[in-house]
Design a protein around this ligand. Structure first.
Ligand SMILES: Cc1cc2nc3c(=O)[nH]c(=O)nc-3n(C[C@H](O)[C@H](O)[C@H](O)COP(=O)(O)OP(=O)(O)OC[C@H]3O[C@@H](n4cnc5c(N)ncnc54)[C@H](O)[C@@H]3O)c2cc1C
Length: 382
């Protein structure tokens, strides 16, 4: 470009904008800042991590379930290693409790073996097959006919993780702008992206050389503003709500306990938080619009949970479950369709240089976050 006026006009305000301050957007911004990018994270809420990232099971998954070779499989296994190291180095509370995937009927045993084969193909080398007696020795209250033990599954304080990521971003060449709701996006050939945000009713426009959309449930709406090629359509988002009940009082379990997965759903499982308190869920309810309202369904939901839990914990006492919270998965496949992989679209998909847009970052997105950060930063060389 030889026109100096055009050069001045087209000089971006910032090098790289990331839309979304959930765990994934923050992890991406941290990787970009570490690679020397001047990066600004735009977040519509008044604090980081107010949507899906603060409504998960907080499990560091080992990588048992996902099709070998998929982004979910690769980024989960890699992200899990990175997350344990990052948690250790940054003093983030976490616990490697280990997890038992249980078969509750003889007919389910071959599915345990199939799951073990998938896990090994994904590079999860530490899983062990346990007999019912082995399980009894470890967890006397658990009723099953066999199980898989995944020692490297754990939990992490996801809020502390996000605060640590924020610290890394701010101590690099990065900043986070809160209450910045991105209302409009423009991409013109060769020119920087134009990003219009609304804050307290006031509209501001920022330009950026690179743009990352890590907006969770809001990604499809934003991605649709930047369609350059009529053959490309951003994936549609199908919200799917999951309720959690917490167990009142102490739990007899020391491991996380999962039934065998059904289709794209892991089943009502038991997880422990950092303090060792047990919670159960999430269930799976497809929605038209995302809602985090806890719907008790006049007791029908609680009864369903109790029935599911008693398949592996027959001793669950009456009246020990209290409503917890609701998280919404940003799925990119509809009810009844086969599960889809994470979608991380770059110019090869949508035809727009220096744009990376993420869709369908459901579980294991928390586990994979640091690996996703490294992956996206590699797509945006300086
Ligand atoms: C019920 C449930 C259980 C889960 N359990 C686990 C688990 O145990 N382990 C695991 O690894 N993963 C789990 N996950 C998945 C994990 O929580 C997600 O993959 C992860 O939190 C996604 O992070 P994110 O940053 O992509 O999305 P989000 O946390 O949703 O962040 C997106 C951000 O973008 C912002 N945003 C959206 N639109 C705009 C806009 N227009 N302008 C500005 N900002 C905008 C939002 O406000 C939000 O803060 C679970 C998910 C759910 C729903």
């Amino acid at each position: 470009m030889n026109n100096p006026a055009a050069q001045v006009r087209d000089a971006p305000d910032v090098e790289t904008v990331v839309i979304g301050a959930g765990v994934v957007g923050l992890a991406i911004a941290r990787s970009l800042a570490a690679a020397g990018h001047e990066v600004v994270v735009l977040e519509r809420h008044g604090a980081i991590g107010q949507e899906t990232s603060s409504r998960s099971s907080e499990v560091i998954h080992a990588g048992l379930y996902y099709p070998p070779g998929s982004l979910k499989a690769r980024l989960c296994v890699e992200g899990r290693r990175m997350l344990y190291a990052f948690a250790r180095e940054n003093g983030i509370p976490h616990a490697r409790y280990g997890k038992l995937v249980v078969a509750t009927a003889e007919a389910e045993l071959p599915r345990l073996d199939a799951l073990a084969a998938t896990a090994r193909a994904n590079g999860v080398s530490d899983i062990a097959r346990l007999s019912a007696a082995d399980v009894q020795a470890r967890e006397p209250d658990l009723d099953c006919v066999g199980a898989l033990l995944s020692p490297s599954t754990g939990v992490i304080d996801s809020h502390a993780l996000m605060v640590a990521l924020e610290g890394h971003i701010r101590s690099g060449a990065g900043s986070i702008v809160l209450n910045a709701d991105v209302a409009d996006l423009q991409a013109r050939d060769g020119a920087p992206f134009e990003i219009a945000t609304v804050s307290a009713g006031e509209r501001t426009t920022l330009t950026a050389r690179n743009l990352v959309i890590a907006a969770g449930l809001g990604a499809t709406r934003l991605g649709s503003m930047l369609v350059a090629d009529s053959r490309y359509e951003p994936p549609k988002t199908y919200p799917a709500r999951g309720h959690y009940y917490v167990l009142d009082g102490p739990t007899p379990f020391r491991h996380l306990v999962y039934p065998l997965p059904r289709d794209a759903w892991l089943g009502i499982h038991l997880t422990l938080d950092i303090a060792g308190r047990a919670r159960f869920g999430p269930d799976l309810e497809w929605q038209v619009e995302p809602s985090t309202v806890f719907d008790e369904e006049d007791g029908a939901r609680r009864a369903r949970f109790e029935r599911e839990i008693r398949r592996y914990w027959p001793g669950l006492p009456e009246g020990r479950l209290s409503p917890g919270y609701v998280g919404v998965r940003p799925k990119i496949y509809a009810s009844g369709e086969p599960a889809r992989d994470f979608a991380m679209h770059d110019a090869r998909d949508h035809g727009i240089a220096r744009l990376v847009a993420l869709y369908g970052i459901e579980s294991p997105g928390l586990t994979s976050s640091l690996a996703i950060g490294a992956h996206v930063a590699a797509l945006l060389p300086r």
